[in-house]
Write a protein that binds this ligand. Structure first.
Ligand SMILES: [Zn+2]
Length: 1236
């Protein structure tokens, strides 16, 4: 055990024995605590004995009970070594001297209410007061050795403080349930300040907390805090003689002297885990490292150590991914923009002003001081965010608050997210310190009325009004005149207005805005918003419960007087009748759809859908009246945050439930508008309008049983749910129509991200891969019926067409591309501009000619421009390999001229244009030469590989046209381990493995489990292909960051042994589960791993919240799961024994993809789960049984091989497994020695 170093040169008077000492601090800063500079305080005479006891109970030695030392300490000369020996030093094993990194505008995530030096009462037996740096924030009263120290000597939850009283000169007591702390300030005024702020702060809390403090852990002491300790118990902290009671709770670790203290809530210090790192150092020991200190813990047993390490790692995960509160607060849409500057996703809040602000504005808020703005982080200050406080923020919201705080902002003073700090400071000070922009309450200036109004208002639920009153001068601490509820806070509580109480409690000592504006303030009055009103005659059919499929004739409509008023849309028999025939409240309307003109008997019609599944059709012949009605009705039922949708000329607008990457559990409400081929949306968690280009979707499908519309975009999947059948059906039809090709022109096609029709992109891609060496490419014709079939398939749904070598022929594809251009409406150069293009070849000067082409290019529509560029690039590449394919510039021009200009080919001018475009490709399109060179190099590699294969192959070159060539690595991904293999459609993983091993002449030993692996570098996962799995489909599904690798399956032996020992194929147990949740578009991961109970049987995998849960939270069909080894490190899996699971729904027409993670405690656990998956998915056929035969068959010619490789003993130590699972990049596996 560590001993305390030799005594320091001088000791502060009365070094506390139970306090934590940092020898470094003491030694390196002797001057700061020089006794000579300071007064020595003697115990206060006249204090009763009893008080002494309670005072001193705080300062018992940690190991008082069995150390005789304590008896010596009554002598006050004895504060030297003996005191130190009794002290608890936080041992220092590493220290960061630079200022600690912190995430936040200031190093204090939780703003300090009061801070300063105080003297604390002497230790038992000691005569000296101790100088302590004392900090009070919302959650804790803490004291430290000095003002530089990060870890306190004492931490007292403010909720545990039951009283604060003046005692004698300059002194005051802080009373908790059974301990009293005595402090002495430098002066009476300083003392009074401390007492005032403490009293103010703890007022109103004392009743409830008195009984709480005795049994509840500190995290509970903050009322409403949902935290429970994840791990607690005694741990040895190296350097200390006795164990500390340690509690891991939420994102913090708390240290207590003992369990008793823990029960009382009085701790030594807390460690914020957002800066923590946990490292196992030995069998029973581990380090918790922070930038300020290393805590070396020693657990009772290895098993305990693992539990602690896990709990602390969880706490780190918790701290790092603590966006729960933020997500809750942002659920109110206006809270997802900074209340001051409008910046996106503000992560801070002023909890007394009730505004959510960004980091930069939070810094300025902090500058105002906590008496004006109490700044807290949504992510770090987790404990302040009680359910009530969150409710207050949801109830109010930045937008409503700014109607008060920012009612009168001159545009010149408004902030933007990019404003400089000086502007911010000025603005925020004006806004909150002076209240310059606020909306004055009608009672402003009349103190008595304001107070009265406050007392009345806190009894109802209108917190906003309370806020307006308070910040217009009502006194939060005014007298209510009622004995039982003397303050507005107690009044609110007695009326069970928890949110009011929450607001008031944060403003008990708030300094109110003091406007520096002089002169008489004109009281301003509330101006009610002008409600939408509109009326007139419309023609209406009877309401329906089914979609309208047939044309409604004029006779089916009846003339009705319609009125829009007070959020109601009602229709009357005539303008004389006073009782409506029917009415719809704005909240009942869920969708409005505008029909194309002349669809029904009346020229202009629209449909209204109600949430009770009824459809109302209205019509008029007057286009303007129609427009006006649509505008007015939508304005009435679309909420203000989605108002921007109203400017669009939509076909359909309304509310739908949706789920997306952020939240797949419970659907949220979004507001959508369908405009042409775009779906505009205001989703619940973002205030920004989003536009989804439906023709650029990667996938679109309807999951019929759930009535869910699935839209897969790059980087995210949106699930739109059919909450109601009727309007959802309309949406589906509309969206599907909008997502398909709308006609034969280029821009009406389904497009890629870069605005190229999918058909063009797919064909060019295919020819580049497989057709560049094909003689006469683009000149030879394909098989007409096949070309027609392909064209039709692309026209129907280009997204779903996958061109595959072996399935499709080069000449069919090339002719499909040509046919597409020839038949496209308007052509690539557009009808209008075609003649200008055709006249360019005669432009004499070459540079003029190029400029002319560039000019014409710039005038082309976006899609045509992108397509022309892609096509000419492709043709440029084709002719660069003319030696192989015989298609030089001229030959290509002859083919493509008439095709692109849609001419008969008699006149060569069209060919000239194409020829010149290819010839001057780099100039006309201003191509980056480097990039072009790279592209050509890549193509050269492809061609070489194909050549090599054709030479090596016993199969004649012509026969290989349908094969796909791919690169497979042996053992690790590096150039020297590269093998180019031709993959016929029938090739299995086992066959591929054999081929690679054969080529490298690797001898397969007994029990060598060679397998072919699919490795994803991005996901940091790998998966051994099953030996019977076909390679080609896998290749087609691989992303660019994935590759195939042949290496040994080190765990296979263990897997086989495990499976052989199993009676039935099922498994159940606790696993840590985490879902892929990525924040929209940002790709940021949130969420963390949680314990779940899983049951895996031959049919399904079920997940339960707990062992005892009756119903599974989730259930998946096993056959739809793809299980990968490993979890990417970025997700901070709690152990390295993780699996990444991809779920794909089985049916092609409605694919759905989810990704989630399972993390096991041990390697064995993980292996067992993995083995069980394998055996279920392959019906027990995990590895070929006839290994011997396999080796025999390997000697046979390539084409007849069907068997597999043989077995060797398992070599996988835990370490190797770890490497293979978690980090193939770092260590591509042991066992290279004998094979390469
Ligand atoms: Zn801001």
């Amino acid at each position: 055990m560590r001993r305390i170093p030799q005594p320091p040169p001088e000791i502060r008077s009365g070094d506390s024995s139970d306090d934590y000492e940092d020898p470094d601090q003491v030694y390196s800063k002797p001057q700061s605590v020089n006794m000579a500079d300071r007064d020595v305080f003697l115990p206060v005479p006249g204090l009763g004995k009893e008080r002494y006891d309670s005072l001193c109970s705080d300062d018992e030695l940690l190991d008082d009970d069995n150390e005789p030392i304590s008896s010596h300490r009554s002598s006050w000369q004895d504060y030297g070594l003996s005191t130190l020996q009794g002290s608890v030093y936080l041992p220092v094993r590493g220290r960061v001297l630079a200022p600690p990194p912190r995430d936040g505008p200031s190093p204090e995530p939780c703003p300090v209410l009061k801070i300063g030096w105080l003297d604390k009462n002497p230790t038992q037996g000691s005569l000296y007061y101790q100088r302590r740096w004392v900090k009070l924030d919302v959650d804790y009263l803490r004291y430290f050795d000095n003002d530089k120290e990060v870890y306190s000597k004492r931490i007292i939850p403010t909720a545990a403080i039951t009283g604060v009283t003046n005692v004698g000169e300059q002194k005051f007591e802080v009373v908790t349930a059974n301990r009293t702390f005595l402090f002495k300030a430098e002066s009476d005024s300083e003392r009074n300040e401390w007492v005032a702020v403490l009293q103010n702060f703890t007022r109103g809390r004392q009743e409830g907390s008195r009984e709480m403090t005795s049994l509840v852990p500190p995290s509970f002491l903050t009322p409403g805090s949902p935290l429970t300790p994840e791990q607690q118990g005694y741990l040895e902290l190296r350097g200390l003689r006795s164990k500390l009671y340690t509690v891991v709770s939420g994102d913090k670790v708390f240290l207590y002297k003992n369990m008793e203290d823990y029960r009382l809530g009085i701790g030594i210090t807390s460690i914020d885990m957002n800066v923590g790192n946990v490292k196992v150092t030995d069998r029973r020991s581990f380090d918790l490292t922070t930038p300020y200190r290393i805590f070396s813990f020693l657990a009772d047993s290895e098993q305990h150590k693992e539990q602690w390490v896990e709990a602390m790692r969880d706490a780190i995960g918790e701290a790092l991914s603590n966006s729960e509160v933020a997500n809750q607060i942002w659920a109110e849409p206006s809270n997802s923009c900074c209340a001051d500057c409008g910046a996106d996703k503000p992560e801070w809040a002023a909890i007394n002003l009730c505004v959510v602000v960004c980091k930069r504005c939070a810094g300025e808020h902090r500058g105002l001081g906590p008496s004006i703005s109490k700044v807290r982080s949504l992510k770090m200050d987790r404990k302040v965010w009680t359910e009530e406080l969150i409710q207050v923020f949801l109830l109010l919201g930045n937008e409503r608050l700014n109607r008060f705080w920012a009612a009168n902002i001159p545009p010149s003073e408004a902030l933007s997210p990019t404003s400089c700090s000086e502007d911010r400071r000025r603005f925020i000070s004006s806004k909150y310190r002076q209240g310059k922009y606020r909306k004055y309450h009608p009672l402003y200036g009349n103190q008595r009325e304001l107070n009265n109004a406050l007392c009345i208002n806190v009894q109802c639920s209108d917190v906003l009004e309370t806020l307006c009153l308070v910040f217009c001068g009502a006194d939060v601490n005014c007298s209510t005149g009622q004995a039982d509820c003397p303050s507005p806070l107690s009044l609110a509580l007695s009326h069970n207005q928890k949110l009011q109480a929450q607001f008031l409690s944060h403003n008990l000592n708030t300094e109110l805005p003091r406007s520096e504006v002089t002169g008489v303030m004109e009281p301003q009055h509330y101006s009610p918003q002008h409600p939408v009103t509109h009326n007139g005659f419309l023609f209406k059919t009877a309401s329906m419960v089914r979609p309208i499929t047939e044309r409604k004739a004029r006779e089916e409509f009846s003339r009705r007087w319609c009125m829009l008023n007070d959020g109601n849309f009602s229709y009357y028999e005539s303008d004389k009748t006073s009782t409506p025939n029917g009415a719809l409240k704005s909240t009942e309307i869920v969708c409005l759809s505008v029909n194309t003109p002349e669809r029904h008997g009346y020229d202009h019609t629209f449909e209204l859908y109600s949430d009770s599944e009824r459809l109302y059709l209205f019509g008029t012949d007057d286009q303007d009246s129609h427009k006006e009605w649509v505008k007015s009705i939508t304005k009435m039922f679309i909420p203000s945050n989605a108002e921007a949708l109203l400017r669009l000329s939509f076909e359909r607008i309304g509310r739908l439930k949706y789920k997306d990457g952020l939240n797949l559990q419970s659907p949220r409400v979004g507001w959508f508008a369908l405009v042409g081929s775009s779906l505009h949306a205001y989703l619940e968690d973002s205030e920004e309008e989003e536009e989804i280009h439906l023709r650029k979707l990667q996938e679109l499908s309807i999951q019929q049983e759930n009535e869910v519309l699935v839209l897969v975009e790059r980087g995210r999947t949106l699930y739109i749910e059919g909450e109601r059948k009727l309007d959802f059906q309309g949406w589906c039809v509309g969206i599907q129509k909008a997502a398909g090709s709308a006609g034969d022109s280029l821009s009406q096609q389904q497009l890629t991200e870069t605005d190229i029709p999918v058909v063009v992109d797919r064909c060019i891609d295919y020819i580049t891969q497989c057709g560049l060496t094909s003689e006469g490419i683009y000149r030879k014709s394909g098989v007409n019926s096949r070309v027609a079939g392909l064209c039709e398939a692309f026209r129907r749904d280009a997204r779903s067409v996958r061109l595959k070598e072996g399935e499709h022929q080069v000449d069919d594809v090339s002719n499909t591309l040509k046919r597409f251009f020839r038949e496209s409406e308007e052509g690539l150069f557009t009808t209008q501009a075609a003649s200008a293009w055709l006249s360019t070849p005669v432009v004499p000067e070459e540079s003029n000619k190029i400029s002319q082409y560039q000019l014409l290019l710039s005038r082309l529509p976006r899609v045509n421009k992108a397509t022309l560029r892609a096509l000419v690039n492709h043709l440029y590449c084709v002719q660069r390999f003319a030696e192989l394919n015989q298609m030089n510039l001229h030959n290509l021009a002859i083919v493509f001229g008439p095709t692109l200009f849609q001419t008969d080919g008699k006149d060569y001018t069209a060919g000239r244009v194409v020829e010149e475009l290819i010839e001057h490709y780099t100039d006309v399109f201003e191509v980056d030469e480097q990039q072009l060179k790279r592209q050509l190099d890549e193509i050269t590699v492809i061609i070489k590989v194909r050549e090599k294969l054709n030479l090596n192959s016993s199969v004649p070159a012509s026969g290989s046209a349908g094969d796909f060539i791919c690169t497979v690595y042996l053992e690790e991904k590096k150039e020297t381990a590269e093998q180019h293999v031709k993959i016929p459609g029938s090739m299995t993983a086992a066959e591929l493995t054999c081929e690679i091993l054969d080529r490298r002449k690797i001898q397969v030993r007994e029990k060598d489990y060679w397998s072919c692996w699919e490795v994803s570098q991005k996901e940091e996962t790998e998966r051994p292909l099953h030996h019977l799995e076909r390679v080609l489909p896998i290749l087609h599904s691989l992303g660019t960051d994935s590759h195939l690798l042949v290496k040994k399956h080190l765990a296979m032996e263990a897997i086989l042994v495990y499976l052989a020992s199993k009676v039935d194929v099922s498994k159940h147990g606790m696993v840590k589960f985490r879902e892929e949740r990525s924040i929209l578009g940002l790709g940021l991961n949130t969420g963390s791993f949680h314990d779940r109970y899983f049951i895996l049987n031959t049919v399904s995998l079920r997940m339960y919240k707990e062992v005892r849960s009756n119903r599974p939270e989730r259930e998946w069909q096993v056959k739809n799961l793809m299980v990968y080894l490993g979890i990417k490190k970025k997700l901070r899996p709690p152990t390295c024994w993780g699996l990444t699971v991809i779920y794909k729904s089985e049916k092609q027409e409605k694919p759905e993809k989810q990704q989630w993670y399972l993390c096991c405690d041990t390697q064995t656990e993980m292996r067992e789960w993995y083995s069980t998956f394998l055996t279920i998915q392959y019906d027990g056929n995990v590895w070929p049984a006839d290994a011997v035969q396999t080796r025999v068959t390997r000697a046979l010619p390539v084409d007849t091989r069907h068997g597999n490789v043989a077995l060797i003993p398992l070599r996988g130590s835990e370490n190797e497994m770890r490497n293979s699972v978690a980090a193939f990049t770092a260590d591509p596996l042991g066992g290279r020695d004998q094979q390469l």
